[in-house]
Design a protein around this ligand. Sequence first.
Ligand code: SF4
Length: 184
Amino acid sequence: MRMLLHVCCGPCSVFPLKHLREEYPGYEITGYFYNPNIHPYKEFVRRLDTLKTFAARIGLANLIIDDSYTLEEFLREALNTSGGRCRYCYDLRMRQTARYAKEHGFDCFSTTLLVSPYQQHELIIEAAQAAAKAENIQFCYIDFRPGWQEGVQISRELEMYRQPYCGCVLSERDRYYKPRKGSG
Ligand code: SF4
């Protein structure tokens, strides 16, 4: 079984890759980095470099990197999609992953986004299922969340860069901007 595993960043890939190797030995895993939602660009590069270093360390030979950085399009669509920015963001990444998987003969796809308790798990599933249907390929759902803490611990032991916000510039604003009381 050839699985294309969408990888959102290095730290989030720690547990899913470990789990897949241990519990799905018959699967051939290929990582697929496609995340034009990471802003600003230097942050994008830092997360990608962290992933590359980790992949080399664990011997993940198959890692495909799509470094498309469609910033204007992402922000325009994220701000205007009726379902909200995260719905657009998940749809975009799952649709591209499903498309790539189909075009390159994979049997199924999944995503490391499913490890994080801070992501909108149900929305990710919806986006992946819709992408699977549109591209006529299987979405392999695995709830990686029980391994979240284990992944965090390992990533800390390896001194991996752990990002403090989700990805887009809006999430960075939400993380750091605290309006002063009484201002305006
Ligand atoms: S908060 Fe995260 S999931 Fe939502 S749009 Fe921004 S980067 Fe994407």
